[in-house]
Design a protein around this ligand. Sequence first.
Ligand SMILES: *[C@@H]1O[C@H](CO)[C@@H](O)[C@H](O)[C@H]1NC(C)=O
Ligand SMILES: *[C@@H]1O[C@H](CO)[C@@H](O)[C@H](O)[C@H]1NC(C)=O
Ligand SMILES: *[C@@H]1O[C@H](CO)[C@@H](O)[C@H](O)[C@H]1NC(C)=O
Ligand SMILES: *[C@@H]1O[C@H](CO)[C@@H](O)[C@H](O)[C@H]1NC(C)=O
Ligand SMILES: *[C@@H]1O[C@H](CO)[C@@H](O)[C@H](O)[C@H]1NC(C)=O
Ligand SMILES: *[C@@H]1O[C@H](CO)[C@@H](O)[C@H](O)[C@H]1NC(C)=O
Ligand SMILES: *[C@@H]1O[C@H](CO)[C@@H](O)[C@H](O)[C@H]1NC(C)=O
Ligand SMILES: *[C@@H]1O[C@H](CO)[C@@H](O)[C@H](O)[C@H]1NC(C)=O
Length: 358
Amino acid sequence: MIILCLLLLLSHAAESLYMGTTLDDCYAVARSFNNTCTQAPKAPAPWTSTFKSITQSCPDTRTFQLKSCQIVVMLCVSCSQNATTGQVRMRVQTNGLPRGHCYGGQCPAQRKIDFEVDFNKNVSMEKAITFRSNNQFDDKACSNMSLKVVPTWTNLKVYEDGHQMDDIAGIAINGGIIKAPIVKYMMDPYFPTFTLGRNFTQSPTFDTCLGFVDEQSTYGYIMLSPCISNSSMIAQNRSCGKDPFCSQDIKNHSLYFQNRQERVLGIAKDGHIIQSPFFYEGSFIRCTNLDQCGGYFMEQQTYVYTWSNIFPYSMTCFGPGSQPSVYTARCSENTCSGRYLMEVGLILMALLQFIILI
Ligand SMILES: *[C@@H]1O[C@H](CO)[C@@H](O)[C@H](O)[C@H]1NC(C)=O
Ligand SMILES: *[C@@H]1O[C@H](CO)[C@@H](O)[C@H](O)[C@H]1NC(C)=O
Ligand SMILES: *[C@@H]1O[C@H](CO)[C@@H](O)[C@H](O)[C@H]1NC(C)=O
Ligand SMILES: *[C@@H]1O[C@H](CO)[C@@H](O)[C@H](O)[C@H]1NC(C)=O
Ligand SMILES: *[C@@H]1O[C@H](CO)[C@@H](O)[C@H](O)[C@H]1NC(C)=O
Ligand SMILES: *[C@@H]1O[C@H](CO)[C@@H](O)[C@H](O)[C@H]1NC(C)=O
Ligand SMILES: *[C@@H]1O[C@H](CO)[C@@H](O)[C@H](O)[C@H]1NC(C)=O
Ligand SMILES: *[C@@H]1O[C@H](CO)[C@@H](O)[C@H](O)[C@H]1NC(C)=O
């Protein structure tokens, strides 16, 4: 058993897709985005007519009038290097409308996002976040302000053209917004619990891409979107509730259409990469592999988040977290604490066996 454990640990460490901090590394990540602009990845696009857009026609299924909306998509992810400091920075510009798929519901409005941040900065455990109790963790994880404050060492700059980003975790490779896990109701919107005594009266209506249109009429995802890999297999012009496969098992729907590969799915507001929930060899990244913020170290100092079908879906805090996921959020039924404790038990048992053997 211990050999099996060691083998698993080693295979994960040895084969991960390493992403460094150089300008070329940044270009490679910027090219993962389905940019509409011609300037990417070497330069940002000015918010003028020279910012090339593409137009998608989608039905407005909410009105039943078969009215269609023209969705104008603008996405430009670029990199630069500061001549004095050598720091590589990534600029992310999107109008918040994802490229390559439609929506189930009303036509969403544009939401201009424009920020620049130190790219994939090396982090050390000195900056790690520690939670002292489950209550303290709940206060963070179950709040819609959890991702409001970005650490200053990321040198995040929000351009004036962009709107506020308090509710945003990051931007997906199709330009869509990855929202913070808690939107408004202080509950996991897919799997609410009632243990905190909060009155959860309304959940947003998710479409089959698992995105939703918020009160500002802008579009965003929380759970990993099945439309990020290959949207052609998904009937996009309806809500999840009206799709048998989606409504029956939303978590399976989220994962089923993914390419089971370790790859870039987006960029977080703090400049760290958001990965697919798979290791290099295709196995699913589980809570046990993640720290309390929802990220993990790919290499010594390379810290990444995963986008998955388990709360917090993207991240609870800007990591690293100093602890593995020991605390679970009481505002979600979709965590995997039980499994963590079970596996710790198994490892302890294996260690004991090992000790007894020698
Ligand atoms: C380069 O970095 C320095 C120090 O952070 C800053 O003052 C300067 O504005 C930066 N240059 C550019 C072109 O961003
Ligand atoms: C980019 O989006 C277009 C649709 O607008 C799609 O046809 C194409 O496959 C996408 N490219 C990548 C690399 O995802
Ligand atoms: C980040 O860490 C890696 C490995 O420790 C190192 O090779 C690289 O030069 C570091 N980058 C910066 C910008 O310090
Ligand atoms: C959090 O929720 C409160 C109450 O619903 C709301 O006023 C506030 O705007 C929300 N904040 C964010 C960042 O969504
Ligand atoms: C929950 O909130 C709704 C609307 O705000 C209200 O109508 C309902 O009575 C509340 N339920 C409880 C149990 O407090
Ligand atoms: C997407 O799915 C369709 C239907 O199964 C398939 O023909 C196509 O090759 C897939 N595209 C990618 C990029 O995986
Ligand atoms: C919705 O999508 C289905 C297949 O994905 C298609 O058959 C149908 O015509 C679409 N409806 C509208 C109103 O576009
Ligand atoms: C997900 O759905 C597919 C297709 O129906 C099924 O084969 C698979 O067993 C399901 N996976 C889980 C974990 O339920």
